[in-house]
Design a protein around this ligand. Structure first.
Ligand code: AMP
Length: 219
């Protein structure tokens, strides 16, 4: 299974990608998570990326494309992958096409997570993440841990700096301008499928599996 998860911030791409990647034993490639790790480790890339991330802007294409190129070469990507948050610009999509073509890889689907702005803002403002394992929670969900600690590793959950209201507004604007045009790009290629991402998490998961055939045919 080789898929792209496309959609605005807060649509639930990361949440679903974690579940599906675990279920089918494929790689979850989140460029946001990779960048946050660079920021934590204070690498050169991390220092540069932080400036863009903190203000809700996109990190320059060249940096992201190179990071993904290296990631896709890793062994765990060979069994299949979900690209979560990449590509985010037409330039990134074109670079990915080249990359996949050179490796002889064909995408199974581009899943568009469709949700209205009210849902997105609510999800982003309620989102809390584990700084250790990247697990995602939401204070508005019934299963939110009462102690504010990650269920996997017990670490105190935090709100991402870029989930604060001002930055959220900027990220949604950037999505409309830079990323939304990818819908037409993939529609033209014929492999775009849309799911109603405002549904409950389990329903979204079932919808994706239904649309993708729910099987791992990557071997
Ligand atoms: P995310 O966790 O996917 O919401 O990404 C958090 C932030 O990382 C974004 O607001 C961007 O600043 C940066 N970022 C993640 N993926 C990309 C990408 N494909 N292209 C450019 N910037 C990205």
């Amino acid at each position: 299974m080789r898929m792209i998860f496309l959609g605005p911030p807060g649509a639930g791409k990361g949440t679903q990608a974690v579940k599906l990647a675990a279920k089918y034993g494929i790689a979850h490639i989140s460029t946001g998570d990779m960048l946050r790790e660079h920021v934590r480790n204070e690498t050169e890339l991390g220092k540069e990326a932080k400036i863009y991330m903190d203000s809700g802007r996109l990190v320059p294409d060249e940096l992201i494309i190179e990071m993904v190129r290296r990631r896709l070469k890793k062994e765990d990507s060979k069994k299949g992958f979900i690209l979560d948050g990449f590509p985010r610009t037409v330039k990134q999509a074109e670079a990915l096409d080249e990359l996949l073509k050179s490796e002889g890889i064909v995408l199974d689907a581009v899943v568009f997570f469709d949700a209205d702005e009210e849902t997105l803002v609510r999800r982003l403002s309620g989102r809390r993440v584990c700084p250790n394992c990247n697990a995602i929670y939401n204070v508005y969900n019934e299963d939110y841990p009462s102690e504010d600690c990650c269920k996997n590793c017990g670490v105190k959950l935090v709100q991402r700096d870029d989930d604060k209201p001002d930055v959220v507004r900027q990220r949604l604007k950037v999505y409309e301008k830079e990323t939304a045009p990818l819908l037409a790009y993939y529609k033209d290629k014929g492999n775009l499928i849309a799911v109603d991402a405002s549904l409950e998490s389990d329903e979204v998961l079932r919808a994706i599996e239904g649309l993708c055939g729910g099987k791992d045919d990557s071997n």
